[in-house]
Design a protein around this ligand. Structure first.
Ligand SMILES: [Zn+2]
Length: 292
């Protein structure tokens, strides 16, 4: 079904390219990314040399999003796709994009990263055996590796401007380093040991700063009553009093837990385009709750 729709899209894309592409459109070199924070990273390094097309809108769920046919066509006009590498959504769509638009380069920005696999995702009373944690954009150390992959990709697309991209990359790395040391300062003083989170998107953050992340969501769904009880026990034993929730996910169980534990529910946007600001805010919230 999906592939038939895709063929229809392709046919239309070819038709549209022959009839409606204006001079102006084809002047702008475009690359595509999956989520908004990646636009922040690519724009920082590419400067004004490339326009960055984002596939998943801010309100879209990065786990389940399906691009519209219009977005697929937009993406097909890109010279390259900078993939996060391990989002389910990318696994489903990138293969089709690669077939439909063979001239579009695909760069995996997770290349060389020490990925977190299932057994490190702690779910209260048990450990989740699962795939790779895809949330590599929510950690300064992981983002620095992505930035290096973005730099290499841009140089492959446009070697003539490699000095310009390298200079931008160097200032991006300095910025990421200062975000990292600010987070360390905030957390060291607080003595925070961990946090709960509805959807476990802060695994890399937790690893970087020696925090324990405990997911409320169970297999991507609201937790069972038994699991809720285990979560309450775990939170009490570990003195956890921060519960993170994101606007894109259901939070009913998070609020129930917060009431029972007298914990703070902290809303955050995992795909905030203000990447540096959101990283520091997450650290502050964890620190504040542990000083209550
Ligand atoms: Zn996620």
């Amino acid at each position: 079904m999906k592939s038939r729709i895709f063929i229809a899209i392709l046919t239309f894309a070819v038709f549209a390219a022959c009839t409606t592409t204006s001079e102006k459109d084809s002047d702008v070199r475009t690359v595509t990314v999956s989520i908004l924070p990646q636009k922040t990273f690519v724009t920082a390094i590419a400067g004004d040399k490339f326009r960055v097309n984002v596939l998943i809108p801010e309100e879209g769920n990065h786990e389940t999003y399906e691009p519209t046919s219009k977005q697929m066509m937009e993406t097909g006009k890109s010279e390259a796709y900078f993939a996060l590498g391990h989002l389910d959504f990318e696994q489903n769509w990138l293969r089709k994009l690669a077939q439909g638009y063979p001239e579009m380069k695909i760069f995996n920005t997770a290349e060389g990263l020490d990925l977190i696999t299932g057994e490190e995702i702690v779910h209260g009373d048990h450990v989740h055996q699962g795939g790779i944690d895809p949330h590599i954009w929510l950690s300064p150390s992981a983002v620095k590796i992505q930035a290096a992959n973005i730099l290499n990709g841009l140089i492959r697309l446009d070697a003539g401007n490699s000095a310009y991209y390298t200079e931008n990359y160097n200032s991006f790395i300095r910025m990421a380093d200062s975000v990292d040391s600010e987070i360390r300062q905030i957390l060291e003083k607080s003595g925070a040991g961990g946090f709960m989170i509805y959807h476990p998107s802060l695994g890399y953050f937790a690893r970087d700063y020696s925090l324990q992340q405990i997911a409320i969501e169970q297999e991507g769904k609201e937790p069972s009553p038994t699991y809720m009880k285990a979560l309450i026990d775990t939170a009490r034993i570990r003195g956890i009093n921060t519960i993170f929730v994101s606007s894109q996910f259901s939070t009913r169980s998070a609020h129930t837990l917060a009431n029972q534990l007298n914990a703070d529910v902290v809303e955050f946007n995992p795909v905030d385009p203000d990447w540096a600001g959101s990283m520091i805010t997450i650290a502050r919230r964890i620190a504040e709750a542990s000083n209550k």
